[in-house]
Design a protein around this ligand. Structure first.
Ligand SMILES: *Cc1c(COP(=O)(O)O)cnc(C)c1O
Length: 461
């Protein structure tokens, strides 16, 4: 399988190259040249398979040429062996129609572990093949940073520089990053907000001196391998609820459109998905885009679900590419217009096509709190704010007569204050991070400028 850019002019790459590359050189994102399809029997055959065997079957077509089945299986056994639940991603029934898919049993308690634990192993393997090194630079509002740091700590050939906005991530989130003392991990608290951190990272990638000196790698969901790893759990959950005979709907708390795009990939691969519900908080660019075609940026408003406080959803471009009939040239000019004006009006034919699979909902703070209380009072489940947004959307917008799976993306202990405010229950820290507040922290604080961060990175890589 090779990979092509959504903007049509970057060279096609193989899986190994695409994993190490991040953004395409024409500014686009890489997608597989075609969507592989699993037939009905193959999907039915997943019913009795473990998570690891499901992962091998679903990811096999994407990694052909780069990894044998046995190599892929070995990496999955190692990555998912670190999860705290035997089922890796257990399904929990809430009522007669609603289920939660708990994606937070990995080392850092958010769904990002599912992809990043595997990505860390892929980096290590591919860098060894090529006898080369990678400098990973990322900005985080919390969950990506800790998941990437856990996955990459102590790995050879990778230096990690993770920028977080000083004083603007939760104590649990900060300590999950800064108490990792491995010498290849460098935490930087930037004196600014998340957008400043993100801007500096983008500037590093665009800076010719940095590009000449360093081989830069990406760990956010512009990296195709992350999305690929997330396709697996849509299959894993749906077959347990009756697929391929019975269609299943999913509700997904959405920020960068990565997780829900993985659901779209599952549908293209033949999984019968009745609806994909894109749940946003009040930062609702995706809800506006899917309901009225208005894809225009506003100002980010901070909420209790910070991992969804996003205005530009990078992976939406991957969907627009398919909706345009995979016309890279046309999409390239649409995206340049968006980058210049920060708005885009999605043509009606593309919107109509999108709506055959996607629904969307904007959930405010009150509805989010109500969903947390419903889950707790009626179903005995304590859920985090991100999950609550998707559950609220699921209960309002799901089609009748199909099972609906809400993706539970973070453990409630990561957002203890918000959970306590809504439900009166303060979730305890799970055993695997129980010592978090006794550990030593290490990080450096830098001004929010490219020069400061660049000098820091050059000194250390
Ligand atoms: C990252 C994140 C999301 C958003 O996922 P996207 O792939 O960016 O849409 C939702 N919930 C939690 C807890 C997250 O960490």
């Amino acid at each position: 399988m090779d990979y092509i850019s959504t903007r049509g002019s970057a060279p096609a790459l193989e899986f190994e190259e695409v994993t190490l590359a991040g953004l395409a050189s024409d500014g686009g994102l890489y997608v597989p040249r075609e969507w592989p399809v699993l037939d009905k029997d193959e999907i039915a055959g997943l019913r009795n398979k473990s998570y690891v065997e499901t992962a091998v079957t679903v990811m096999r077509p994407f990694v052909i040429g780069a990894l044998s089945d046995d190599q892929l299986r070995g990496l999955c056994i190692e990555a998912y062996g670190r999860f705290g639940h035997d089922a890796v991603v257990p399904l929990v029934q809430l009522d007669s129609q609603n289920w939660l898919l708990e994606l937070f049993h990995g080392p850092t308690l958010a769904f990002k572990d599912v992809a990043l634990q595997l990505l860390g192993l892929l980096f290590e393997r591919f860098l060894a093949n090529r006898d080369t090194v990678l400098t990973v630079i990322g900005a985080t509002s919390g969950d990506t940073g800790s998941a990437a740091i856990d996955a990459l700590a102590g790995r050879e050939r990778v230096e990690v520089f993770m920028l977080h906005p000083a004083g603007r991530v939760s104590d649990v989130q900060r300590r999950q990053m800064t108490t990792v003392l491995a010498p290849n991990i460098h935490n930087i608290a930037v004196e600014g907000d998340f957008d400043d951190a993100q801007r500096i990272v983008k500037a590093m990638f665009a800076d010719s001196e940095s590009r000449a000196r360093l081989s830069l790698g990406a760990v956010n969901s512009i990296n195709w391998a992350r999305l690929m790893a997330q396709v697996v759990y849509y299959f894993y959950a749906a077959v347990r609820l009756g697929a391929p005979e019975r269609p299943v709907a999913f509700s997904v708390p959405t920020g960068n459109f990565g997780d829900v795009f993985a659901g779209y990939v599952a549908a293209r691969m033949g999984l019968p998905i009745a609806k994909l519900i894109v749940a946003t908080n009040i930062n609702d660019i995706l809800h506006r885009a899917l309901s009225s075609g208005d894809y225009s940026c506003g100002v980010v408003a901070p909420t209790a679900a910070p991992s969804m406080d996003i205005q530009v959803s990078s992976n939406f471009e991957r969907l627009l590419f398919d909706l345009s009939g995979r016309n890279g040239a046309a999409l390239g000019s649409m995206m340049s217009e968006f980058e210049a004006t920060t708005k885009l009006s999605i043509p009606t034919d593309m919107l109509t096509l999108a709506r055959t699979l996607f629904a969307s909902a904007r959930i405010d703070a009150e509805d989010m709190a109500m969903a947390m209380r419903w889950a707790h009072d009626k179903c005995g489940q304590v859920i985090d704010p991100h999950t609550a947004i998707a559950l609220s959307a699921a209960r309002e917008h799901a089609p009748a007569d199909v099972p609906v799976v809400t993706l539970a993306t973070a453990h409630p202990a990561k957002f203890r204050d918000a959970v306590e405010r809504a439900t009166g229950v303060r979730p305890g820290l799970p055993a695997r991070i129980a010592g978090l507040f006794d550990r030593q922290e290490r990080f450096d604080t830098l001004p929010a400028t490219l020069e400061a961060v660049k000098a820091y990175v050059f000194e250390r890589s």
